[in-house]
Design a binder for this molecule. Structure first.
Ligand SMILES: [Zn+2]
Length: 524
């Protein structure tokens, strides 16, 4: 079978009069990728050429690099409140969260040029763009040989590191928010409330026949926004990539077994520590884009450019639908909250695979396999969705004591409204009795905690000063996921309550089924 992506060297839209305005990747014929200072200089030069953008500072990386963000729209909307009043969708585009995965950064710079000074300008009439081209600047500039930093990737020869300057994987940090990049981005996202969030990556795994794979939010706590992007928007983008760009794309995944492809194709993880799952849980539209690491750098940039361009075109055309679906998601209140997830039963689908052979130096990960150049379309089970395997009724509110001020602070950093009781109160509550408290293997510097137990009736007499989180708020479902003790990815998981977890004792978070009628104040 013909290799699908080799026939698809797309003609990128370029501004003829601005041929001097090229990214490092373009200037070097895709031998090199932009450094952090290249990105700052490129954005500066767009401004000097009259691009009409606003450039802001997201924050500083751990190693002291300025993280730029760019606002682009026609007319220029320079503040979140004006963007909200405009009625136009806000689209957030993020490149380079994993420092060695560089085509998102390159494609975003090219798109910024073509959208502000080139032929794509009319698109900016219909939306407000918030672009973070180099989210992990420390990782990007941790240049080293590709054979060491990303051995399964096909160029460029010198490439950065996955983690940020603290050694954190930024795409596991969205809940705990330990990295300055995450806290800065959360603050930007809370302010601008993007309708669509796009996170640009490069794959690490299987040999398949797609130039790019993609995914919506995977958490089974779904909502109208997540359903729309997954079931309506992304399938249409797939069609447009094929018809307009001759590039095949498919749902993100890896083969369950490289030796036995028929076993199926599976996606990654439902937990909201991952950015697009976190955004999905927030009731907004999230798109994970993964350019194919085994395609060459030029092809990966082309695919990412085209994919983002088609997202923008469809967002412009469907802007009224997008705004109304997101409004419905903000008002959506489920009956229950899912705490644990597992793959839903698979759907049989055709998946394009490249056949590989075991390399001589033994078995193991995909990088040790030899490509054959032979592609096959194989019908196989696709594990592309998660279902809930444990859920709880959606309560009216959660309560926890004033000694957990850092929990309150983190909830607020996530955009969740937290109140404080201003008077003593006693009433029936629900209490989570802990049957087990288990530390898990070390991950991202944590021994994450997993508890088992169940809710039962109780009575509480609480002094003034306790924190109260009502679930009847736009981020109520996210709040429940974070505060339920048995959640697979919540405050208990990330050690915020470790000192107060004892087997046989109640967990330090209480729950009520009706909104308590006692005085409380919103934290400023
Ligand atoms: Zn990645």
């Amino acid at each position: 079978m013909r290799i699908p992506f080799l026939s698809a060297i797309a003609v990128l839209a370029t501004a003829g009069s601005l041929s001097a305005q090229q990214t490092r990747a373009e200037r070097t014929d895709y031998a090199e990728t932009s450094t952090h200072s290249d990105v700052l200089a490129f954005v500066d030069s767009l401004q000097r050429l009259g691009a009409g953008i606003r450039v802001g500072r997201l924050g500083l990386s751990p190693l002291g690099k300025t993280l730029p963000y760019v606002i682009a729209s026609r007319p220029l909307v320079d503040a979140p409140a004006r963007a909200a009043r405009s009625g136009k969708p806000v689209v957030y585009l993020q490149g380079n969260i994993h420092g060695g995965e560089v085509e998102g950064k390159e494609a975003l710079l090219m798109l910024l040029r073509d959208l502000t000074l080139g032929p794509l300008r009319p698109l900016l009439d219909s939306m407000v763009l918030v672009v973070v081209p180099i989210y992990n600047a420390d990782g990007n500039d941790g240049f080293g040989p590709e054979a060491r930093n990303r051995p399964a990737q096909k160029g460029p020869a010198s490439i950065g590191l996955r983690s940020n300057g603290q050694g954190l994987d930024l795409n596991r940090d969205y809940l705990k928010q330990e990295a300055p990049e995450t806290r800065a981005a959360a603050s930007l996202l809370n302010a601008w409330d993007p309708d669509i969030f796009v996170d640009l990556h490069t794959t690490n795994g299987s040999y398949h026949g797609y130039v790019l794979t993609y995914e919506a939010g995977l958490n089974p706590n779904s909502n109208p926004a997540n359903d729309y992007i997954r079931d309506t928007f992304l399938p249409e983008i797939r069609t447009r990539m094929r018809t307009r760009h001759k590039q095949e794309v498919f749902s993100y995944g890896n083969f369950r077994s490289a030796d036995s492809l028929e076993q199926g194709w599976e996606t990654y993880d439902a937990r909201p520590r991952f950015g697009t799952n976190w955004i999905g849980l927030r009731g907004r539209m999230a798109i994970l884009s993964e350019a194919y690491s085994h395609a060459d750098f030029r092809t990966r940039v082309s695919a990412t450019y085209n994919y983002v361009l088609e997202i923008l075109r469809l967002a412009a055309a469907e802007r009224a639908t997008i705004k109304s679906v997101n409004l419905a998601a903000s008002r959506y209140r489920p009956d229950s909250v899912s705490l644990r997830s597992a793959f839903a039963p698979p759907t049989p689908m055709d998946v394009i695979a490249e056949l590989t052979e075991r390399a001589n130096e033994g078995s193991g990960p995909v990088a040790r396999r030899r490509q054959t150049g032979v592609f096959r379309t194989i019908r196989m089970p696709v594990y592309g969705r998660f279902q809930s395997v444990r859920q709880e009724a959606f309560p009216a509110a959660y309560l926890f004591g004033p000694q957990h001020a850092e929990v309150a602070a983190l909830l607020r950093a996530q955009g969740i409204e937290v109140r404080r009781m201003t008077a003593a109160w006693s009433a029936p509550t629900e209490v989570f009795q802990l049957d087990s408290v288990v530390p898990e293997p070390l991950f991202e510097g944590h021994r994450t905690t997993r508890v088992e137990g169940k809710w039962g009736p109780g009575n509480a007499s609480l002094p003034a000063g306790w924190f109260l989180v009502l679930t009847d708020q736009p981020l109520g479902l996210l709040a429940a996921t974070l505060l339920e003790p048995a959640s697979e990815d919540g405050m208990v998981t990330w050690n915020f309550f470790d000192r107060n977890l004892r087997r046989g004792q109640p967990a330090p978070v209480l729950r009520v089924r009706t909104v308590p009628a006692f005085p409380s104040e919103n934290l400023p």
